[in-house]
Design a protein around this ligand. Structure first.
Ligand SMILES: [Zn+2]
Length: 455
């Protein structure tokens, strides 16, 4: 059994040529036909009664899963419309305009489906349109490769790229006005052996500015984070590997702190999301505007709150610690596997124990997991594109550096000793946080074990 349709072309005109109602009500998807046969996708639940008589021609079948079938049969009117737009262009003089409508409809559709990235992959046989939603890549649309050139040329045109170039990588940004709202996109085009791979990243400025209580953290973590934001000085660290949601969390912290009574400065590499009322600095190594040159000058700007995109080396760590010791609230991220491990990572970066013990206030470590769709509770429905999951939630563990831990850091006590103390004081580690989310039917075991595998 094949669980996806990537190797097939779907000729959406077959829905009208035969009967759309028949296909939808019997869970059958027409793929394509030629002089020899008509190829159909079916699943275990398809009703195949008298199918031979229905088509009175030779049939070939491909078996897929039920949820994939339901997904491919969803939004069929829009898919037919997109398909028609391109088919017409062959005879139509105004084909640039048709392609424009196609690309804009496709992008708008991906945005309404909450896609973060749109992948358009062409080979010599077909062109695949896949969207990444909640980290999942899903095929939305398959066409034959006749249309790849005009789509690629149109995207290069709006992104101000060289239309004649298809042998070297290109990247750019562009804006589109869709249904009276402006959207920003970043596009990357890479030549592959049989065609091109185009990836459009949707830069939705509203998306990164969720408030703290909507990130799906357990209540005790949200409470601790709000406590952390009441501090006037100190260092708050958000830890985790790449893709664990650290950036979203620090933006949410800033969103909560943002007020006209505070001077907030950020140093980022790069600035992906602009926020009102906040002085954001984009590091630019080419012109010498490095992390360290900005950080050296930043305190003269008299900030209340400082956000340092990431602590990567000794110098940025020292500046973060110094600043948090001298009346500033500093927020930053660090690449590490757990809240406790962050402590040893800081010591590896030669952090001064005294500075650390005095400045460090909170360490949050986090991971993202898919959360069950609330409309179907994991079974699969239209809302969740038949995946059973909708949006993501955060698993976390948070260490509040109290006086006792602070003195343990100063005395260079081992992580094991600190862990013992934490466990005596109701510390809930991230694995247990995950278990409680499973117990409350918010996510699946698979999701939790996927992100926490070493505990
Ligand atoms: Zn659902």
């Amino acid at each position: 059994m094949e669980d996806n349709i990537n190797t097939s072309i779907i000729d959406y005109s077959l829905f009208d040529k035969y009967s759309q109602d028949y296909f939808l009500s019997n869970l059958i998807l027409p793929l394509y036909e030629d002089e020899k046969y008509l190829k159909l996708a079916i699943c275990k639940e398809s009703n195949l009664n008298s199918i031979e008589q229905k088509f009175s021609r030779k049939l070939k079948f491909k078996e897929i899963f039920l949820n994939e079938m339901k997904f491919l049969l969803s939004n069929i009117d829009l898919k037919k419309e997109l398909f028609k737009l391109l088919s017409k262009t062959n005879e139509n003089i105004n084909s640039v305009n048709q392609t424009k409508v196609f690309v804009e409809k496709l992008i708008f559709y991906s945005i309404t489906n909450r896609a973060s990235d749109i992948h358009i992959e062409s080979s010599n046989k077909r062109i695949l349109f896949r969207f990444r939603i909640d980290g999942f890549l899903k095929t939305f649309f398959v066409l034959d490769s006749t249309y790849s050139k005009q789509i690629s040329s149109y995207i290069k045109l709006i992104a101000n790229l060289d239309i004649t170039q298809n042998r070297l990588p290109q990247d750019s940004r562009f804006k589109l006005n869709l249904n009276a709202k402006e959207y920003d996109f970043r596009v990357s085009i890479l030549p592959i052996i049989e065609g091109e791979s185009i990836v459009i990243r949707v830069l939705d400025s509203n998306k990164k500015q969720k408030s703290l209580d909507t990130l799906g953290f357990s209540k005790h973590i949200v409470v601790s984070l709000y406590d952390a934001l009441k501090l006037n000085q100190g260092l708050i660290l958000v830890a985790g590997p790449t893709g664990s949601g650290k950036t979203t969390t620090i933006y949410s912290l800033l969103k909560d702190l943002n007020s006209d009574k505070k001077k907030i400065i950020t140093v980022e590499d790069p600035v992906e999301y602009k926020m009102h009322n906040i002085q954001q600095i984009a590091v630019d190594n080419k012109i010498g505007l490095t992390f360290s040159s900005v950080l050296k000058n930043i305190l003269r700007q008299d900030p209340d709150v400082l956000l340092i995109g990431e602590i990567r080396e000794e110098e940025s760590l020292n500046i973060a610690l110094q600043a948090s010791l001298t009346g500033h609230l500093v927020i930053s991220t660090i690449h590490s596997n757990s809240a406790l491990e962050t402590l040893s990572r800081l010591i590896d970066l030669n952090a001064d124990e005294f500075l650390l013990a005095t400045s460090l206030k909170y360490i949050l470590s986090q991971r993202l997991v898919l959360s069950y769709c609330k409309s179907c509770e994991g079974k699969g429905c239209k809302e969740c594109n038949f995946t059973g999951y909708f949006d993501r939630l955060s698993l976390g563990e948070i260490i509040k550096v109290d006086e006792h831990i602070s003195s343990m850091i100063l005395k260079k006590e081992s992580l094991n000793e600190i862990k013992k103390y934490l466990l005596l004081n109701d510390y809930q580690d991230i694995f247990n946080d995950g278990l409680s989310k499973i117990k409350n039917k918010l996510t699946s075991k698979e999701e939790v074990y996927k992100v926490i595998n070493n505990e």
